[in-house]
Design a binder for this molecule. Structure first.
Ligand code: AP5
Ligand code: MG
Ligand code: ZN
Length: 217
């Protein structure tokens, strides 16, 4: 199953991708996570990417396309993958389909997770992430057992620097201008299924699993 999770910042792509990875045994590939790891390591890619990420704008296409190109040929992608945060515009989508085309492959399903702006703002304001294992939480919607500490590894939780309210507004604008057109793009290719991404994490998970089971090749 080659799946794309499409959705605004805070729609729940990362949360759902982690759960889907466990259930379907195919890897979550998050360009945001890969970029944040290189920012942390201060690699040359990370130093460049940080400028864009801090403003809430997209990192240049050649950088993220390169990341995906290298990642999807790894052995763990043999049975498919879950793309979380890629593609983000039509140029990236074209690059992805060219990559897959070379091997006669195609995306099986694009699940678009719809969440309204007010919900996005509330989710990102309360999002917390584990410093070590990167597990995601929310202070109200998915609180850890002990405040500020990861249930899985006990390490400290942090707030993403791009989750400041001003940056969230910019990220939402970028989503609407550059990423939302992919809804039409993939619906013309008959790949798109939309679900409402509200009503609890487990409820949303059930809906996405339903779409996958229907589309399973
Ligand atoms: P990226 O890391 O991809 O961020 P994003 O798209 O803005 O999405 P988020 O990670 O903020 O949200 P999410 O949908 O994963 O939500 P989550 O599951 O965490 O990108 C960051 C930056 O990197 C970009 O701005 C850009 O600069 C760069 N970048 C990345 N990819 C790129 C690309 N392809 N091209 C160019 N640049 C790129 O959920 C959010 C919160 O809500 C959590 O606290 C969670 O617990 C909670 N929650 C989730 N689901 C529910 C629910 N159903 N009910 C209640 N709470 C919920
Ligand atoms: Mg995410
Ligand atoms: Zn942890």
């Amino acid at each position: 199953m080659k799946l794309i999770l499409l959705g605004a910042p805070g729609a729940g792509k990362g949360t759902q991708a982690a759960m889907l990875e466990e259930k379907y045994k195919i890897p979550q590939i998050s360009t945001g996570d890969i970029l944040r790891a290189s920012v942390k390591e201060k690699t040359s890619m990370g130093v460049k990417a940080k400028e864009f990420m801090d403003k809430g704008s997209l990192v240049p296409d050649e950088v993220v396309v390169g990341i995906i190109e290298e990642r999807i040929v790894k052995p763990d992608c043999e049975n498919g993958f879950i793309l979380d945060g890629f593609p983000r515009n039509t140029a990236q989508a074209d690059a992805l389909s060219a990559m897959l085309d070379k091997n006669g492959e195609n995306i099986d399903l694009v699940a678009s997770i719809l969440v309204d702006d007010q919900e996005v703002i509330a989710r990102l304001a309360g999002r917390r992430t584990c410093k070590e294992c990167k597990k995601g939480y929310h202070v109200t919607f998915k609180p850890p057992k002990e405040a500020g500490k990861c249930d899985a590894c006990g390490n400290e939780l942090f707030q993403r620097t791009d989750d400041k309210e001003e940056t969230v507004k910019d990220r939402l604008e970028v989503y609407k201008e550059q990423t939302q057109p992919l809804i039409d793009y993939y619906s013309q290719k008959n790949k798109l299924k939309s679900i409402v991404g509200e009503g609890g994490i487990d409820k949303v998970f059930e809906k996405i699993c339903g779409l996958i089971d229907e589309a399973m090749p």
